[in-house]
Ligand binder design. Structure first.
Ligand SMILES: [Zn+2]
Length: 475
């Protein structure tokens, strides 16, 4: 009981503090500002924020949601992000270590890199969701960060533990060769084929974050304080946040005091899911200027959406061809297979870095292939942009750390929850603009909390698919 208590309190405080840093990232990244310096200021009166005004959640409530200098309302998002990050950190520990809901997490010593990776993933999902809710875009730099963290995390898992995790099995050498081919294909595309045409993956960023938009953004912000702040709305926000804070503390206490058998955990996990859902809804309620702009942009792009999808498919061809060439090369040459197998099994001390790396790469490759297929097929089918390219990067970030299973099954679960969530949101706002990122994130969240039951439920179907594709019997 005691050590668990200390870990839970530590994770709650860590989550709130990291949430506080995530707020800086969420505010500054879309505005093109540095996230390391200068220290935080009030965006309205430029007053430096003192350390005691920057204590997660407590400061927001103590200041009654207003800047200590100019009394401008502080966005409730700050406290919301801090609270939800704290709850997510405690809940994932509850799921993985206290309630044993995930087969990878047996034995704390060998699995701490995996745990660290999952905490990073949760933080990245919070940032992506918050930016997506506010600006309808995914900053792919954050998702790249998650993918790199995933590669490092998997490489740091000791070989003995890695061997216990269902990995790539007998097809390891083939998949590794295919991935190498895909990476070469990607480099060829970047360097030669698409040297002068914009890269479809990067359109998301410069297009939306151009100088114009940033200055536009700043203009809107400096215009804000002139309109008289509605004091009533602010009182409601502070009251709502106080309730959300109280609920969050109850959840954290429940994680410590509750039973950790399957059924008690299931009740708690439903509350964890509900809490994340509530955070998305609360964050999504305010009507934003970007709502109108995004609907307009989708309408404008409608006329050439199909052509864009075909161009994107052409852009992906070098990667797909690279993968296939790699796979066929291994089949054709047993000598090559031998070399690849040697590299794959290379052992450095207690670690097999290439086994770990290939887990992360396979997660990225499989999830982004899935994501691009969904995007291109649906765009061709409906004749308008079906899923943002940025959402594919979220899937890849999840795949790199939590694995393909969590990313893809989570995508389907998240889509169902998303439909429900959007209906709830439409009670408050009339916009047809939708962010998909938060729903992909909540799908992965559900999949992580209920990993064992969902995995066992889907196992027969998975074994059948594996049999169809490779002729191997599922494990
Ligand atoms: Zn101020």
């Amino acid at each position: 009981m005691m050590p668990e208590l200390i870990v839970v309190i530590f994770l709650a405080v860590l989550g709130a503090s990291i949430g506080s840093f995530l707020n800086v990232v969420i505010y500054r990244l879309p505005r093109g500002e540095s996230i390391v310096s200068p220290p935080s200021r009030c965006p309205t009166c430029e007053r430096w924020i003192r350390w005691y005004e920057n204590v997660p959640v407590l400061s927001y409530l103590a200041l009654r949601g207003r800047c200590a200098g100019c009394k401008t309302p502080i966005s409730p998002r700050y406290a919301l992000v801090e609270l939800i990050t704290a709850v997510l950190f405690v809940a994932i520990y509850d799921a993985l270590y206290l309630s044993h809901m995930h087969p990878w997490f047996n034995g704390a010593m060998a699995t701490w890199p995996l745990m660290a990776g999952h905490l990073i993933l949760l933080a990245v999902l919070v940032v992506c969701s918050a930016i997506d809710i506010e600006f309808y875009l995914i900053d792919i730099r954050i998702t790249y960060f998650a993918m790199m963290a995933g590669a490092l995390m998997w490489m740091s898992v000791p070989a003995a533990h890695l061997a216990k995790i269902d990995g790539l099995g007998d097809n390891a050498a083939m998949i590794l060769a295919g991935l190498t081919g895909a990476v070469i294909g990607m480099i060829i595309r970047r360097r030669i084929v698409f040297k002068n045409t914009p890269n479809p993956e990067q359109q998301e960023l410069p297009e939306q974050l151009g100088e114009e938009n940033v200055s536009e953004l700043k203009k809107n912000e400096s215009a804000k304080p002139k309109s008289k702040p509605k004091s009533n709305a602010n009182a409601w926000q502070v009251a709502g946040l106080a309730i959300f804070a109280f609920g969050s503390i109850c959840l954290i206490v429940w994680a410590i005091l509750g039973e950790h058998d399957k059924y008690s955990f299931a009740m708690r996990a439903l509350a964890y899911v509900g809490w994340a859902f509530l955070a998305i809804i609360l964050g999504g309620i305010p009507q934003r200027q970007s709502d109108r702009e995004i609907v307009q942009a989708i309408e404008e792009e409608k006329s050439f959406a199909r052509i864009t999808a075909l161009k994107e498919f052409a852009g992906l061809l070098p990667i797909i061809i690279g993968f296939l060439v790699g796979v066929f090369a291994i089949h054709a040459s047993p000598a090559l297979e031998n070399v690849v197998r040697k590299i794959y099994e290379l052992k450095i001390g207690a670690f097999t870095p290439f086994v770990g790396l290939s887990y992360a790469l396979a997660g990225i490759f499989l999830t982004s292939t899935f994501g691009w297929a969904v995007r291109i097929l649906f765009t061709l089918g409906f004749g308008k942009e079906a899923m943002g390219a940025g959402d594919i990067y979220i899937l890849a970030a999840i795949g790199a750390i939590a694995g393909t299973f969590v990313a893809i099954v989570g995508f389907f679960i998240g889509s169902v929850i998303g439909v429900f969530g959007i209906v709830v949101l439409l009670l408050w706002k009339t916009s047809r603009a939708l962010s998909y990122g938060p729903w992909i994130a909540i799908g992965a969240w559900i999949c992580l909390l209920f990993y064992n039951p969902i995995f066992n439920y889907l196992r027969p179907a998975g074994a059948m698919m594996l049999h169809l594709f490779t002729g191997n019997e599922g494990k």
